[in-house]
Design a protein around this ligand. Structure first.
Ligand SMILES: [Zn+2]
Length: 388
C-alpha cells in the first residue's frame, strides 16, 4: 500500500512556508529518493495554503500507486466531490492513458465539510505563450461576468524542467519567475508563485520505464492549484488543443502527454466544493487564439513561444514552435509587428522548408494541419510539395 499521512504546515526559513505530507510504501521498498510531498510559497501568502485537507496530495500519489499496483490510502480528509470523481472516473482515465497504470483501491479517512466559496480568487497561470495569453486576454480584458474575470496570476514550479528539486530546474524556474512577474506587473494583476517536489516522482517513473518518458506535469499543476484551495474559487487551465483536435490526435499522446490525451474531460473532474478548474481555449484553434491577441500590446511586447529561449529572452525564429507561430503571423500580415520579439530574418530563411513540412504533416499533426487550413482560408499561397 501507498500511504499519505501527517499533513502539516511550517515555516522553512527565508520567508517561505510549506504544507507537507509523508508518503510511505508499506509492502515494497520505495524506489523514490524522497519521503515527503510538499508545496511551498512565500510566508505572506500562507493563508492561501490548504493545511486541512489532503486534496493536493491525491493525484500524483494515485498515479504512483497505480504504477506500482499498490492500493492508496490517504490518512486524513479530502473533499467529498474530489473523492467521488477520483474514485468513479479519474482512475479509468489514468488506465486509458498508460498501460503501466492498473486499477487499485483508493481509500481516505473522511471528508472535509468545506462549502462553496464563490468570491475567492479567479486565477490563471501566467506564461508568455499563445495559449496562456489568449486565456488572460479573454478572461481578464474581455470577460463580462465579475466572478469569471481573472483577478490574480500564478506561476508554479511543478514540471521536471522548472522544478526546484534539481539545479537546472532551479535556474529555469528563476528565469521564468522574473519574466512572468514582469507580464503580471504590466497587466497590473497580483502575482503568486509556488513550488513543489512532485516532479521527482516523474523523474523516477521515467527511469523505471527505461527512459520512455511519460508526463505527469499536468496532474502536478492541478495539485498546485488545489494546494491553494482555501482562496482559489476558480482557475483557468489554458488548453493545448481544440475539442475536435483532441478527438483526432489524442492517440499520438497516449502514454506520453496527458494534456493532449485527455484534458478536455479530465480537467472538469478535478474539483472540490471550493475550487473549480475550467479548461479554457478548446473552442479555438491555436491560430485563432493568436488572431485574438495579435494586436494586443502585451502580446507584441511579451509573446514568447521559443523552445530554446536565447539568453536575451527573445524567440529564436527557427525552432518548430517559433516557426508555427511565425507562419500564422505571416498569413495574417503581422510579421513586422513582432520583429522586436522574434528573429524574423532567421524565420525567412527557414519558412519555405517549414511550409513544406506543414503540407507533409497535414492531418498528421494538429498545429501544422491548422496552419495549412489557415493559409487556405485566407487564400494565402503555400508552396507545392517537392516530388520524391
Ligand atoms: Zn524558437
Amino acid at each position: 500500500m501507498v500511504e499519505v499521512s501527517n499533513l502539516r504546515r511550517y515555516n522553512t526559513g527565508k520567508g517561505m512556508v510549506r504544507i507537507e505530507a509523508d508518503i510511505n510504501f508499506t509492502e515494497m521498498d520505495s524506489p523514490y529518493p524522497l519521503k515527503t510531498i510538499y508545496f511551498e510559497t512565500k510566508e505572506e501568502y500562507a493563508d492561501m495554503l490548504d493545511d486541512e485537507s489532503y486534496n493536493a496530495f491525491v493525484l500524483v500519489p494515485l498515479f504512483v500507486a497505480m504504477f506500482h499496483k499498490q492500493d492508496l490510502h490517504i490518512c486524513g480528509k479530502i473533499s467529498r466531490q474530489l473523492y467521488h470523481n477520483v474514485k468513479c472516473y479519474v482512475w479509468k482515465i489514468f488506465c486509458d492513458y498508460s498501460p503501466n497504470l492498473a486499477p487499485v483501491n483508493f481509500t481516505v479517512d473522511g471528508f472535509t465539510e468545506s462549502k462553496e466559496n464563490n468570491n475567492g480568487i479567479t486565477g490563471a497561470s501566467i506564461s508568455s505563450g499563445v495559449d496562456a495569453l489568449a486565456t488572460i486576454y479573454d478572461h481578464f480584458i474581455c470577460e463580462e461576468i465579475p466572478n469569471y474575470k481573472i483577478n490574480a496570476l500564478f506561476y508554479f514550479g511543478h514540471d521536471r524542467k522548472n522544478s526546484p528539486t534539481n539545479k537546472s530546474g532551479q535556474n529555469r524556474f528563476r528565469t521564468l519567475l522574473l519574466k512572468n512577474q514582469k507580464v503580471a506587473q504590466a497587466l497590473n494583476l497580483p502575482f503568486y508563485y509556488l513550488v513543489t517536489n512532485l516532479s521527482a516522482f516523474n523523474i523516477v517513473i521515467n527511469k523505471l520505464r527505461g527512459g520512455n518518458t511519460i508526463s505527469m506535469s499536468y496532474i502536478a499543476l492541478y495539485s498546485c492549484i488545489l494546494s491553494l484551495g482555501r482562496k482559489i474559487s476558480r482557475y483557468y487551465i489554458a488548453s493545448a488543443l481544440t475539442y475536435e483536435q483532441e478527438k483526432i490526435f489524442r492517440k499520438a499522446s497516449h502514454d506520453k502527454d496527458m494534456s493532449e490525451f485527455c484534458e478536455a474531460y479530465l480537467v472538469p473532474l478535478i474539483r472540490t466544493e471550493q475550487t473549480e478548474l475550467i479548461l479554457d481555449g478548446c473552442q479555438y484553434r491555436r491560430v485563432e487564439k493568436l488572431k485574438r491577441i495579435v494586436d494586443w500590446d502585451i502580446a507584441r511586447k511579451f509573446l514568447n513561444v521559443c523552445w530554446f529561449n536565447p539568453p536575451d529572452g527573445s524567440n529564436c525564429g527557427e525552432c518548430l514552435k517559433c516557426l508555427r507561430t511565425l507562419l500564422a503571423l505571416e498569413i495574417m500580415g503581422k510579421l513586422d509587428d513582432y520583429s522586436d520579439v522574434f528573429d524574423i530574418e532567421k524565420y525567412k530563411s527557414s519558412s519555405l522548408k517549414y511550409k513544406r513540412l506543414c503540407l507533409r504533416k497535414y492531418n498528421k499533426a494538429p498545429f501544422e494541419t491548422e496552419n495549412v487550413d489557415f493559409a487556405r482560408e485566407n487564400n494565402y499561397p503555400m508552396p507545392t510539395l517537392e516530388k520524391k
